[in-house]
Design a protein around this ligand. Structure first.
Ligand code: HMG
Ligand code: MG
Length: 303
């Protein structure tokens, strides 16, 4: 049975995952300019920033400034990453609609990324999740390294299932399955998704695919065929994790929108306005867009 959905929700992670790895600091005003353009393009869910240590990720040190400077729209969900209680307390003051706790299916990556083992990370997340829910803030969890880890190699779906269950038990409402280093291929992605679906409903699981090996669109299609209805994407294919060396950006939002619209799947996104948002940040970063679709459509505009 083909379970491909009629509408797909895209969570734009460009301002957070996309920019966190940039070496030179992107001014808060440029981040806000990008977010405004992404909103104009019709994106209704934006991952704005992270409340993590500025010593670990200097690019996100302006988290409060960016959240405060946004012109917020009532129909847009603004998410922020919160790795621990300290991050949650700081985030709370900026009134996010959703917080994201991020764990890992790999012990080594957990240690490198958030400086604790997987079990300890769950113990850190639990009070954050409970407090967020009590405040009426949505809670999403993301599991990194669901198919492969830069330090441990292949990751078994059972490990994804274990973390998914721990997150479900603490009250996480939606689970993202991340291929942090982009090594996944469709069947491996489907197995990782299947592990998540043993604990979360179909509508509550999303894909977060980095495109390091050029597999992210195929992996998106593989997840769509299972009925997955939500994906994290980054405009211009920006992104990477500072603690996963060599990992390149997220799958480009433009490329996923083109894929979905071509399949007759609605996203609510205006592709031309999205191309403008991508061109804005590419101009600031002084490099061409990483989106194949944006490159093709920008070339067409010149004729
Ligand atoms: P830690 O050093 O273990 O924390 O860091 P600690 O509690 O021992 O505190 C040490 C110092 O950090 C103290 O400061 C704290 O105040 C400070 P000091 O007294 O030394 O001056 N601190 C904080 N400061 C600001 N905000 C906080 C915070 N917590 C402690 N929340 C921590 C633990 C998690 C904070 C650290 O390891 C960290 O910031 N890691 C960065 C994680 C990160 O942002 N990674 C990238 C995002 S995840 C990702 O990209 C993957 C994803 O896209 C999915 C995928 O693709 O896989 C989501
Ligand atoms: Mg990521």
């Amino acid at each position: 049975m083909n379970r491909t959905p009629a509408f797909v929700k895209l969570v734009e992670v460009g301002p957070r995952d996309g920019l966190q790895n940039e070496k030179s600091l992107v001014p808060a005003s440029v981040k806000v300019g990008l977010i405004e353009r992404l909103q104009t393009a019709g994106l209704k869910h934006l991952e704005v920033t992270s409340f993590v240590s500025p010593k670990w990720v200097p690019q996100m040190a302006d988290n409060t400034e960016v959240m405060s400077a946004l012109t917020r729209r009532p129909d847009v969900v603004y998410s922020v990453l919160t790795p621990n209680w300290q991050g949650f307390e700081a985030a709370l003051k900026t009134k996010p609609n959703e917080i994201v706790v991020f764990g890992s299916a790999s012990e080594a990556f957990s240690q490198k990324n958030i400086n604790c083992n997987v079990a300890d990370s769950m113990a850190r997340f639990a009070p954050v999740v409970q407090a967020a829910l009590a405040e009426g803030i949505r809670v999403r969890g993301v599991i990194s390294c669901c198919v492969g880890c830069p330090y441990e190699g292949d990751i078994a779906p059972e490990r994804v299932a274990w973390v998914a269950q721990a997150m479900k038990n603490m009250g996480v409402q939606h689970l993202g399955i991340a291929d942090t280093i982009g090594v996944g291929t469709p069947l491996k992605i489907q197995r990782a998704m299947g592990a998540a679906l043993t604990h979360f409903a179909l509508a509550d699981v999303s894909g977060h695919f980095h495109d390091t090996y050029g597999q992210a669109l195929s992996n998106t299609l593989a997840a769509l065929e299972m009925g997955i209805q939500q994906f994290d994407t980054a405009v211009g294919g920006l992104g990477g994790c500072p603690y996963a060396k060599g990992a390149t950006g997220n799958v480009a939002t433009e490329d996923v929108v083109y894929l979905l619209h071509g399949m007759g799947i609605d996203t609510g996104v205006n592709l031309e306005a999205l191309i403008d948002a991508g061109a804005y940040i590419a101009a600031h970063l002084n490099r061409p867009t990483g989106s194949r679709v944006a490159r093709a459509l920008l070339a067409k505009r010149e004729h």
